[in-house]
Design a protein around this ligand. Sequence first.
Ligand code: RFL
Ligand code: PHB
Length: 390
Amino acid sequence: MKTQVGIIGGGPSGLMLSQLLDLQGIDNVVLEKHSREYVLGRIRAGVLEHGFADLMREAQCGERMDKEGEIHHGFYIAHGGGKDRIDLHGHTGGNSVVVYGQTELTRDLYEAREKMGGKVIHNVDDVKPHNITTDAPSLTYRQGDEVKCIDCDYVIGADGFHGVSRKTIPSDKIREYEKLYPFGWLGVLSRTKPVSPELVYAKHERGFALCSMRSQVLSRYYIQVPLTDTVEDWSDDAFWAELKRRLPADLADALETGPSIEKSIAPLRSFVAEPMRYGNMFLAGDAAHIVPPTGARGLNSAASDIYYLYHAMVDHYKKGDDTGLENYSKTALARIWKAQRFSWWMTTLLHKFPDNIPYDDKLQQTDLEYLLSSEAALTSLAENYVGLPF
Ligand code: RFL
Ligand code: PHB
């Protein structure tokens, strides 16, 4: 098989790029390790910045998001038994975020690919990029006993943090920056009414908690847990009891509980791989960078990579202009590091750090008090949360 762009990974990054390129007549193939059902079963992001929402519309995939997604003009920070509202709209001159689940937008992208006859190949094993530093790269993969090959002009590594593409880059050609946090998030999805119309990020002596949602009948809650905890350690009752302890009394009293329909633990990590290009392979999304989910930046950072790559590919194929491809890594990383800084800062502001000395806790409290008393600091928070320009 021959194509112009070979994409490894059928998550949101790979599918979005595939759809945008196809709309411009640029031939591409997506190779996905898992089944569509498996990919759609992963409960992840819930908050989309407006730039991401615009990209969904450009990909002609925004119809259901615009109908069913909820526009949020603000969120709350709960602390010391009360809560303060962060007015995103007011502090950014009218910007907001869209609450629409990653599962739903991935489903929309899959359906759009199907409608256009896009080539998305599922359940592939042993995907390997070859001849990446030459003008004739290729991808091999296995389906059952059969090994197949795709010749392409470019390879896109959109295969997430544990994917194969970043790992094929020789270690002296890539530098990895990583920070691990001494806790994870235990997440629960339940068919209950969200406790608050807007998200609540809660700082508490017992640990961080987050009240989020997917719709008016589907809630998503998280609590900070030690890395040694497992999902089996947390019955639904224990989860709800701990969440209530970390929320202000009015929210704890109003919290509707019910059986969990999904429960998982995600470790928190900050990670960046530089550069995001090796020969004719470009890394995008979680394959190149990870943030702790506190600032809701992960998927949104993937979106800016895709935006830059898409425009660079169009310039290459339509105008013979390679400036975008040559500058991709530098341009993408400039925005990525800002999302890294913001996610690290919001994580540091709101979590309980087990190894903190009392001095660190005082600084953390002061950081929060300063934020809530300063229009400049609130503006900075709001500007980062709704998403910096692409
Ligand atoms: P994905 O989604 O990991 O998709 C990669 C795909 O590649 C496939 N794959 C392979 N395919 C072929 N060959 C191989 N060798 C392969 N290895 C892997 C995988 O099966 C998969 O389908 O990466 P992508 O597309 O870059 O998308 C990134 C986002 O998924 C991620 O950044 C967000 O989910 C992060 N995130 C959030 N981001 C936000 O912007 N807003 C949020 O509110 C938000 N909340 C979250 C989050 C992530 C979370 N977890 C679990 C880490 C909340 C949580 C709890
Ligand atoms: C979510 O709804 O899953 C979610 C929302 C906001 C975050 C992280 C996760 O910061």
